[in-house]
Write a protein that binds this ligand. Sequence first.
Ligand code: FNR
Length: 192
Amino acid sequence: MVKILAFSGSARKDSYNQKLVEIAAGGARRTGVEVTLINLADFEMPIFNEDLEKKEGMPAAARDFKSLLIAHDGFLIASPEYNSAFSPLLKNAIDWASRREGDELPLLAYRGKLAAIMSASPGALGGLRGLVFLRLLLSNIGVTVQSGQQAIGNAAKAFNDDGSLVDSVQQDAVIELGVNLARTLAKLKSPE
Ligand code: FNR
């Protein structure tokens, strides 16, 4: 069974990006794959520091996140754009989970995985500039990022109270991101 992990790079209570990734997760679920939706706010990882790692090893919250990445075939990721890059919360989580423990393969959580990325922002570009960096980073650690992506601008007015997007074309496009990731992963697992 294909398994997809969905998360955003925001810990904000009413995060637009968390709402966005939930829409994509719903799309993936429609295809029958298993989708685990998490909120990075629940993981409370300290800022990565090699001294801390040397002294105490990987914090439990970081290991929990890493274990989830390892247990899933693909990722749906939405990130806020902070000063033209993706969020430090997301970078910190990715960094912790990139650390090798014991005799496990390098970048075990990432290599050979697939991802679809998206963003939402109150600005006109919708966080598009941050996705450039996120795509590059994920590619560099072995994650294949699907070519389609969505950046939702004017986010303060873009969502309905139920979390869906006001613009049905945007709503369908974000659902499609989830559907495409799920279908691609399903094909890779069972090629016939
Ligand atoms: C921002 N924001 C922002 N937006 C944007 O489109 N481009 C940018 O470069 C930035 N830079 C930026 C820096 C910092 C430090 C903050 C706190 C915010 C605004 C950002 O998109 C907005 O706060 C979103 O609501 C964050 O996403 P969530 O938390 O709603 O998912």
